[in-house]
Design a binder for this molecule. Sequence first.
Ligand code: HEM
Length: 319
Amino acid sequence: MAKPPSLFLILISLSSLAFLSESRLSYNYYDQSCPRFTQIIQETITNKQITSPTTAAGTLRVFFHDCLLNGCDASILVSSTPFNSAERDADINLSLPGDAFDLVTRAKTALELSCPNTVSCADILAVATRDLVTMVGGPYYNVLLGRKDYRISKSSYVEGNLPKTTMPMADIINIFASKGFSVQEMVALSGAHTIGFSHCKEFNSFIYNSTQYNPKFAQGLQKACADYPNNPTLSVFNDIMTPNKFDNMYFQNLPKGLGLLESDHGLYNDLRSRSYVEMYAKDQNKFFQDFARAMEKLSVYGVKTGRRGEIRRRCDAIN
Ligand code: HEM
């Protein structure tokens, strides 16, 4: 006769079941624990985007930079301390806009009042990004919930994990590939440059002698950035045609030399990515479909669940 399992084994399997159930992401994660979750995020992003229309682009970039570096775990939101230089203080992240951080803080404050110690900063950032993209005209996509926040955030981990405009396209492709994203997904995600802006510092060195720019556009950029050494805040819209609308205009601009960053031109010039640029320039629906799918994939990249992370009380500090 088979021996009955010992009490010890039963306890172990029960506790691992509990761990598994709390480790799983789901669409209705907060339905019981925080029924107003969706509504609170909606209210917060609407108020913020109306008063500061650059919030949508800023938040999308913050989310991208959070996820690509060791997963969507809100580690980008943590402020530095005298003992730790955090991710957001790495050179490439210094231009991340305050409005995006402020948005998450506002949402977190409202959520803590409604359902204390329940909603992670990582989930707030993921859903706020999706809702803002939709609000400015982009596609809706589903976001799984149940991410936990991660307390390790180090500026020294950033190098090599985020693409820079000055990198050869092969290096940019490699960064995305190392995180499991194909060239097509990389191009679709880069369509995010249909909104937002870039500081002159990011492209100024290319606009005087690069043949990639439409000559009139290059002249306009030289004028717009003429005073940038004295005024480092000077910036230009990433998509000069429809800067505040999430559409496929970014891709239509690239073949005309109206891309802003060296890496934007690279997407069209490199034969590995050009056909996708052309496809998205012709077909906005296809761009929206692929962007939505790639964002769903990015949104679960490297997420921590269960006991691998925590719910931070404040999004900008480890408590
Ligand atoms: C392909 C490689 C990429 C490179 C080299 C790159 C680089 C940059 C740079 C240098 C800026 C200007 C930042 C500033 O001056 O404030 C920028 C802006 C932006 N990037 Fe990218 N990016 C890339 C891909 C992406 C992806 C995949 C996303 C999102 C899914 C994204 C979202 C954005 C957004 C929304 C802005 C505007 C930010 C704002 O207005 O505050 N980028 N990017």
